[in-house]
Write a protein that binds this ligand. Structure first.
Ligand code: NAD
Length: 364
């Protein structure tokens, strides 16, 4: 089967790294690579030994399976042959119409962001790989803008107290942000609505701040559930009390398929210390901070606010490497001798196979 890897639009990452070519050849795939697909992630064409380098148009015509990070645009999708398999992050929980569109185009789509967050699927979990990088990078970006030290400093010229970091949402990104801020010497506090987060936060040496009355999330597959307005109001008050003492706030709170909860209103930003930094990782789904703007860094009331839900793209080499490893693990599950076996009885495959008709044939 011919597996094509395209150069991403407006993103330096690449979906497949050179070390994967041999592994996928062993699985029976022929790898077709668009020229310079990995160049911006520092994987030059000549590192992809065994792959066939092609231009985009020819590659779209020949491909039987197309692998990417972002879904291809409609113009590219229309060039694919009927029945082609497309693997990317289609995010159907944000916009269900994408499934109908792909079905109309007679494409078979596997959406990596729909793989269940189970122990078995951990090695294929691109969301965790990218969120972990985003959490790490969020702290470094904040440190870069902060006009103050992170660690406590005792110098001949006087002492500097450690920075205070507040992390809202302690999922994969939030936990990595906590760990990174702790390593740099900051004092860290964190909030999450999921009760399971408490122990994880504390194990990283941070303080867990609790707001009573969060809705039960035990049936939500590990994801958070939407909270009542009353809970969010009490939470915002608690955030405000801590925010005014913080130097940095990293917000990562998301509820899948919904607008992100607004946790840092303008009135809180107004009361923060000048020079403080907010990094809003939920900016693409509405933002956790009222004043954040997606894909922009703004300054409001003397506070820098970075709105960026795609921070993993700022570390393209390792981000590509981890994405590629996740994809190889997924392909090992669904491929045999270069052919796909999309067994809908397997919950990982049925989760990802978003264009499968309910009673679709399971053998490809
Ligand atoms: P996410 O990006 O969907 O959300 C980030 C965090 O925001 C979550 O921890 C969520 O609880 C929190 N949140 C939502 N509303 C909030 C609010 N009002 N205030 C504060 N926090 C709020 O989360 P994620 O990082 O993708 O992780 C989702 C879940 O999946 C977690 O439980 C995680 O442990 C789990 N997970 C499991 C596996 C696995 O077992 N393979 C792998 C990765 C993640």
């Amino acid at each position: 089967m011919k597996l094509a890897v395209l150069k991403e639009n407006n993103d330096p990452r690449v979906a497949l790294t050179p070390d994967a070519v041999g592994k996928l050849s062993d699985l029976g795939f022929d790898i077709l690579l668009e020229h310079d697909a990995g160049a911006e992630a520092f994987f030059p064409d000549d590192a992809y030994e065994g792959a066939k380098l092609m231009d985009r148009q020819a590659l779209l015509q020949e491909a039987e399976l197309v692998l990417s990070i972002h879904p291809l645009d409609d113009e590219a999708l229309e060039k694919l042959t009927e029945g082609t398999v497309v693997i990317a992050q289609f995010q159907p929980f944000n916009d269900e119409s994408v499934v109908d569109k792909l079905r109309r185009m007679k494409l078979r789509a596997l959406s990596l962001d729909m793989i269940p967050r189970t122990t078995l699927a951990q090695a294929m979990d691109i969301l965790s790989s990218m969120a972990s990088i985003a959490g790490y990078k969020a702290v470094l970006e904040a440190a870069h803008l902060l006009p103050r030290y992170f660690p406590m400093m005792i110098t001949a010229a006087g002492s500097i107290r450690p920075a205070k970091v507040l992390v809202l949402g302690a999922g994969v990104a939030g936990l990595q942000a906590i760990a990174t801020a702790r390593r740099l010497g900051a004092q860290v506090e964190a909030f999450d609505t999921r009760s399971a987060a408490k122990e994880e936060v504390q194990s990283l040496g941070a303080k867990f701040v609790e707001v009573e009355g969060a809705k039960d999330d035990s049936e939500a597959g590990g994801y958070a559930v939407e909270q009542s307005e009353d809970f969010l109001k009490r939470q915002r008050a608690e955030v405000q009390a801590r925010a005014v003492k913080s130097d940095i706030i990293i917000t990562t709170a998301q509820v899948r398929g919904r607008k992100a909860p607004m946790l840092v209103p303008a009135s809180t930003v107004e009361q923060m210390k000048p020079g403080s930094v907010i990094v809003d990782l939920a900016s693409s789904t509405g933002g956790n901070c009222e004043l954040s703007e997606d894909n922009k860094t703004v300054q409001q009331h003397g506070v820098y606010i970075i709105g960026n839900s795609n921070l993993s793209a700022l570390m393209p080499q390792d981000a590509s490497q981890l994405y590629s490893n996740n994809v190889v693990n997924f392909l090992k599950l669904i491929a045999e001798e270069g052919q796909l076996k999309l067994d809908l009885d397997n919950e990982i495959i049925s989760g990802a196979y978003i264009t499968a008709e309910p009673a679709a044939a399971t053998e490809e």
